[in-house]
Design a protein around this ligand. Sequence first.
Ligand code: NDP
Ligand code: X2W
Length: 308
Amino acid sequence: MTHKVFIDGAAGTTGLEIAERLAGRSEFALVTLPDAERKSAARRAEALNDADFVILCLPDEAAREAVAMIDNDRTRVIDASTAHRVAPGWVYGFPEVSGHDAVAGAARVSNPGCYSTGFIALVAPLVRAGLLPADWAYVCHAVSGYSGGGKALIERFEADRDIAWRGYALTLGHKHVPEMQARCGLTTAPLFSPAVIPAHRGMVVEVPLPLAAIPGTGTPEAMRAALADHYAGSAVVAMGEPPADGEMLLRGSDAGSDRLELFVFANADASQARLVARLDNLGKGASGACVQNLNIMAGLPETTGLRL
Ligand SMILES: NC(=O)C1=CN([C@@H]2O[C@H](COP(=O)(O)OP(=O)(O)OC[C@H]3O[C@@H](n4cnc5c(N)ncnc54)[C@H](OP(=O)(O)O)[C@@H]3O)[C@@H](O)[C@H]2O)C=CC1
Ligand SMILES: CC(=O)N[C@@H](CCC(=O)OP(=O)(O)O)C(=O)O
């Protein structure tokens, strides 16, 4: 069976990478609109309603408009934007955390934010396992390659090679915070400080834990074991090999990957720990996750077409 897939926003950064991953796959017939028509409401409405699966790679407002244009109950949607990540009626498209069955049976799937993917991958299983409290005020630092900001940020970083680090969300209202809090079941919103580095792709998300000061935490070993157990059997998410030389590097030349690696670093007396997630913002952080969700929704092996 061939599924008709329409990517709305196929000319953008996330859309192009999804199209690359789907190219040549016989299970899917990919529909994209010619450049002159890709923003035509009438042509988009037609394509949205004709498809079995729609992947929205659009700004939030355009994603909401696209969903409203669907007037049949057959077309299933994966939204890469932030528009529906805590919306009722939408399944959060992180199968390793939300459950594969939930994604498989869903008509509406919201793809997680890139930073949220790292934070939730680390914190949600540890809260569930009782090794981290749900009522702590967590802090999260992260760096992203500039492709995380789509075409506009790519153009800016490629035009100004002198930017070495760009801190933002300085008024603390980043759009990923609601999904981070909701999907980990936290009582308090995490304090999130993201930054962009002069690499095209790549991401590191870190949750520093002053363990001795947090009531009711497990040991770093117990955290490593719980994460390894939670992701056992996943070809996408796994514990990373702790670096033998004591440092972690992102390189500007790193190839794209759909993997997500997790680490628990700690000091000798286990009074402090650093939870770290390394991923590709365009891989498990966006396009790779969309393709994984599409595979699951279409009843196909979940890693087909992924770069693992
Ligand atoms: N880049 C990343 O790492 C991640 C991105 N996302 C999310 O994915 C979505 C897409 O992001 P990204 O690919 O980076 O962004 P881009 O800006 O690279 O691409 C967005 C595309 O949508 C098109 N577009 C805008 N408005 C409309 C409209 N009304 N109708 C049809 N097309 C429209 C744009 O057109 P034009 O080319 O003319 O500007 C552009 O091609 C966003 O919601 C983003 O937040 C999520 C996780 C990570
Ligand atoms: C580097 C950079 O700018 N990143 C984007 C998030 C990318 C992402 O995950 O996008 P959505 O949540 O919009 O889907 C940002 O912080 O706004």
